[in-house]
Design a protein around this ligand. Sequence first.
Ligand code: FES
Length: 168
Amino acid sequence: MNYSEKVLEHFMNPRNIGEVDNPDGIGQVGNVNCGDIMRMTIKVEDDTIRDIKFKTFGCGAAIAVSSMVTEMVKGKSLDEAVAINRDDVAKALGGLPPKKLHCSNLGTDALKAAVNDYWRKTGRPEKVVKLEDEHLEQEDGETSACCSSNERGCRQSESGDPAKATRS
Ligand code: FES
């Protein structure tokens, strides 16, 4: 499979890995097709994303997408951030192979889930946006969708933390 130099560069040197301290919003989504999991945590000030970090249990494209999404939205307003779609991310990465486009949905949807979490917590459920793809949007610590399918041998950690999950 051919990846752009930008994808390879973000995969080799991903930005903003981890979790922000005391996140204002947490988004975790699992891809129902491949079983991969992405989690984004955000710090919000004045309805602007001041900090964002990710943890991804998934393919190389998903890691590059996660890294790119965090770079694209840091410093943006929440409304601007949720307007970014998978095509914007794929374009910023210099393109993705067609078979890997769903990986970019995981990135934008994990972000949207984190922003939705923030809007729900701050009493603005009317701002909640629809996700682009069919995922299980997970509450913090919930069991992952991928564990039940075990399609790629994915096992969720007992804590629900994708960083501690294992793949056989
Ligand atoms: S193959 Fe699952 S996110 Fe890429």
